[in-house]
Design a protein around this ligand. Sequence first.
Ligand SMILES: NC(=O)c1ccc[n+]([C@@H]2O[C@H](COP(=O)([O-])OP(=O)(O)OC[C@H]3O[C@@H](n4cnc5c(N)ncnc54)[C@H](OP(=O)(O)O)[C@@H]3O)[C@@H](O)[C@H]2O)c1
Length: 325
Amino acid sequence: MTTPQHSIGSGFGARSTAAEVLRGIDLTGKLAIVTGGYSGLGLETTRALASAGAHVVVPARRREAALEAVGGISGVEIDTLDLTDLGSVRSFAERFVETGRSIDIMINNAGVMACPETRVGPGWEAQFATNHLGHYALVNRLWPAITPGGARIVSVSSAGHRHSGIRWDDVHFEHGYDKWKAYGQAKTANVLFAVQLDALARDSGVRAFSLHPGGILTPLQRHLPTEEMVALGWIDEEGTPLNPSFKSPEEGAATQVWAATSPQLEGMGGVYCEDCDIAGRAPQDPSAGTGGVREYATDPAEAARLWTLSAELTGVDAFTVAAGR
Ligand SMILES: NC(=O)c1ccc[n+]([C@@H]2O[C@H](COP(=O)([O-])OP(=O)(O)OC[C@H]3O[C@@H](n4cnc5c(N)ncnc54)[C@H](OP(=O)(O)O)[C@@H]3O)[C@@H](O)[C@H]2O)c1
């Protein structure tokens, strides 16, 4: 059954931390994969899941940086993965599947934001390729290892999804690049991916969620000039944070950890979350704030169409071969 897109009154909120949403939850014996789990929100997510007892696999494009960030945390394992390289995605997934282990939690957290126009692989736009296509291929390649009857797959999207739906006529921005529209499209793709994955996987007891973590100053902003962040009211000229609604990394990691582990979401899926609850619909008036999810990001027809396009582009679709698992 489709889960309604509105608050369930979780009792948590914008200031809840990852440790708080995990209170009383024992993840001993569970295996989690956290992409980008060595920086910003991913690092806090890795720390929180490991301290609740999970074994956490962190596939990293910069192995040395990952070793430095999470190498000392008990229960954390580092591997290599570059989401812009389908060969690397395939190799990581094959290595993992060969170990015979099962995945209970998968958090598709890695991402890039508002980078200058960059082409990867066969000329793909880098934000769509990293944030969406790489994760699409990764989940489909790992599908044989995803635990039936209980696993959760979480896509870290953003309120930035409001900047664009899927541009069906120019998905790779071959005709005029706009860094915010490209981020918006990629983050809409994260939401649509969870909608379609949940529809395909729920009969196996595997559920998918997407979310906006909040606004958090992390290395994600590396492509934004200081003047732009000052103009947005995020920081002052010295780099001091100005926006009181910004979260700490521990608060920023909370919604993805909640979506991945909370018993409050038992039997639910396919929904977009924020502030450790299921989000409501975004208001029609775009000037009325950044909360909620746009209709185009949860439209089942758009989600199915994106799945088909992603399968064509990456050459992998676990659900055409695994039907009836
Ligand atoms: N921070 C915010 O305010 C905010 C708001 C809304 C949504 N989000 C979302 O939250 C997620 C985490 O962001 P963050 O703020 O924690 O950013 P971050 O600190 O920059 O972390 C992003 C991670 O993704 C990894 N990554 C980037 N490209 C990759 C690739 N090609 N292959 C493998 N890994 C790659 C990065 O690896 P390297 O370190 O090696 O580059 C890094 O570990 C992102 O999906 C972002 O869109 C963040």
